[in-house]
Design a protein around this ligand. Structure first.
Ligand code: GUN
Length: 279
């Protein structure tokens, strides 16, 4: 029987653990607040932002919302971030991406103080991950590690193939698997014979942004398959980067979409917020 990795259940466990921790901190007089910035009104971003604020409420930390109009200038946004950097009541700052085209995303990320960068996007936090020092880790890949560990899947010594090399998922994912002592291969659009490389994987992690790209031919019998993708199909249903119906019978363990990796991202954001409170 293929093991279904339940991200909904695991993310709930994590949020409940964090809720307890926040209550303990409160007793010690330590309180936290997350500043959530959204520029413009992209509907998908609005859903993410709402869910992030709800999660804050659930675990018991305050969130401050900054909903800025699309026409906000980069300078205005940077001024707000600098003000929040200096505000001792704020321990986490998050600017929902993407920002409008007239803004430089890298500049915005660079301006957030690294010790408040709960997304783990600042080069100082990325650098800390590379050299194995303490810092905030990007939430989605950190969530994948928790899914594997809490599902009893051994990582050390395993062949791990990561498909996708984005700054937010693929690259930090590979570094985290390396930190857990996996043997790691990163694949991308220029990889020769992607199928053959994927078929070597004991743990296959897919973050390419292409609906149902990974079919049964890419998967070794008994492999663990982690699907980071999420897409809305024409019939309105959601699917991932992995063709679940085809791959599930071949895999040893697999994440569904929805209900796999998705809910973990916010749980790990909350984890980073609590870490920011205790530092
Ligand atoms: N846009 C898509 N994913 C993310 C995320 O994890 N954090 C932020 N800030 N923006 C995003």
């Amino acid at each position: 029987m293929t093991q279904l990795i339940d991200g909904k259940k695991i993310s709930q466990e994590i949020k409940d653990e964090l809720k307890e921790k926040v209550a303990e901190l409160k007793e010690q007089g330590i309180e936290g607040a997350l500043a959530v910035i959204q520029v413009g009104s992209d509907p998908a971003s609005s859903v993410y932002v709402r869910n992030k604020k709800r999660a804050c409420e659930y675990i018991g930390i305050r969130s401050e919302s900054y909903e800025l109009p699309e026409e906000t200038t980069e300078e205005e946004l940077l001024t707000l971030i600098e003000k929040l950097n200096k505000d001792p009541k704020i321990n986490g700052i998050l600017c929902q991406l993407p920002v409008p085209a007239h803004m430089d995303e890298n500049k915005i990320i660079r301006t957030i103080a690294p010790e408040k960068d709960v997304d783990g996007f600042h080069t100082q936090n990325v650098g800390a991950l590379v050299v194995g020092q303490q810092g905030f880790v990007s939430c989605t890949p950190a969530g994948v590690i928790q899914l594997l560990k809490r599902s009893g899947i051994e990582i050390a010594g395993k062949n791990c193939v990561v498909v996708g090399r984005s700054n937010i998922v693929g690259k930090p994912m590979a570094l985290l698997m390396l930190r857990e002592n996996a043997t790691v291969t990163i694949c991308h659009s220029r990889t020769a014979d992607l199928k053959a490389v994927c078929k070597q994987a004991d743990i296959l992690i897919v973050a390419v942004g292409k609906p149902k790209m990974i079919t049964a031919e890419y998967v070794k019998e008994g492999a663990t398959v982690i699907d980071v993708g999420i897409h809305r199909q024409e019939d309105g249903k959601l699917c991932g980067d992995v063709d679940f119906e085809q791959v599930e019978p071949v895999a040893g363990a697999i994440t569904p979409v929805p209900g796999g990796v998705g809910p973990m991202t916010i749980a790990m954001l909350m984890n980073n917020c609590v870490e920011a409170m205790t530092r």
